[in-house]
Design a protein around this ligand. Structure first.
Ligand code: ZN
Length: 364
């Protein structure tokens, strides 16, 4: 969730592992076409049929994929930018490959066509995170589920977020085993996922919109632009919830706190890095996820929206219980040296040495 401005950053890369794919000195080419694609819709479809055999037919899943995908959400967000801000941003494109980062960004050098990047890793990580958190919250008393979900969230934070590794097929299966065919959890996770996708897309386009208005941010307060982008993005999310109703509904209104969960997701990621590797981020440009979350709350409860659903509050309450539990358990297990086997101290040190910390902190 950052702004990538070539002029300002003069060739500095923000993505920790992009180097692997670097072939051209031109950043634009690297960002736009860098990375690979690991997406396999056919396999995804088979997995769904295998783990939720009683709920879907192949046709339904295909129908669902046609209706809800990154491109349709991107178009929807643009439609609302036109409507709410009279900003068309038609030239902005979508880029969606695997560049080993969970961060989305917009590339805008104001010469070449701007594009918003949503990584494949972002998609699979956010979805997996929500599944594990909701299942954990729902079956909190079940020790086996508790253990599996804790391990899975830890794996996501440690291997996927910190080291940028895509979950393997066996990791996905382990997660789906833990979910155990619980269709309610799948639906909650999917609904929240799309709200988060819309929020992220709108946040990135908001950077382009703000640039187009010529609004200048003082160098002393670069974080203000992030708050503004969040505010616009959340406005768009809530508008879509309010206005697209019934048959054409794209976002479920009970997911109105999903952008807060997204901030909590980043908070857990940074927290895990702090506990496991003693990494502390310093980032003047991006306020902490918790500060951003608090601003979002202020928007949600504004009179213009008057937005609050009991189901949404309940879901978020359960989520927060698990969020706290994860933090406590992580610290406890670290102190008792129960996590030694999962630490990749040397790899983390390598990233640190290659100066990525400085760049990493530049994100979200
Ligand atoms: Zn941003």
């Amino acid at each position: 969730m950052e702004k990538k401005n070539n002029k300002k950053k003069s060739g500095k890369l923000d993505m920790p592992f992009l180097e692997k794919f670097m072939v051209s000195p031109d950043n634009y080419e690297i960002f736009k076409f860098g990375g690979t694609s690991l997406r396999d819709d056919e396999r995804g479809l088979r997995t769904m049929l295998q783990y939720f055999p009683d709920y879907f037919t192949e046709e339904q899943i295909k129908e669902n994929m046609k209706r809800y995908n990154l491109q349709t959400m991107f178009n929807l967000v643009k439609k609302y930018f036109k409507k709410e801000y009279d900003y068309s941003g038609t030239e902005i494109e979508l880029s969606n490959r695997y560049q080993n980062t969970i961060n989305s960004y917009i590339y805008n050098d104001e010469r070449k066509p701007a594009f918003v990047h949503i990584d494949e890793l972002f998609e699979s990580t956010v979805m997996a995170f929500l599944l594990a958190m909701f299942k954990w919250s729902k079956d909190f008393e079940n020790l086996e589920t508790y253990g599996e979900c804790f391990k899975y969230v830890l794996f996501l934070m440690n291997d996927v977020c910190i080291f940028g590794e895509m979950q393997s097929e066996s990791a996905n299966k382990a997660l789906l085993e833990a979910v155990g065919g619980d269709i309610q959890i799948l639906q909650l996770a999917e609904d929240c996922y799309w709200t988060i996708v819309v929020f992220s897309l709108a946040h990135e386009i908001a950077h382009a919109y703000l640039a187009s208005t010529g609004k200048k941010y003082s160098a002393n307060h670069p974080e203000r632009e992030e708050y503004d982008a969040d505010m616009i993005a959340y406005h768009i999310v809530l508008k879509i919830m309010i206005e697209e109703q019934g048959e054409s509904a794209m976002l479920e209104d009970y997911t109105y706190l999903a952008p807060m969960m997204y901030m909590d997701f980043f908070d857990l990621y940074y927290y895990t890095d702090r506990v496991l590797y003693k990494t502390v981020f310093y980032d003047p440009e991006h306020p902490t996820p918790i500060k951003r979350k608090n601003r979002l709350f202020a928007i949600a409860y504004k009179k213009d929206y008057n937005f609050e659903t009991e189901d949404g509050n309940h879901l978020y309450g359960g989520f927060l219980d698990v969020y706290d539990e994860y933090r406590d358990q992580l610290l406890l297990k670290m102190e008792r040296r129960k996590l030694d086997a999962i630490l990749h101290i040397e790899e983390r040190e390598q990233i640190r040495r290659s100066g990525d910390d400085e760049e990493r902190s530049d994100r979200i």
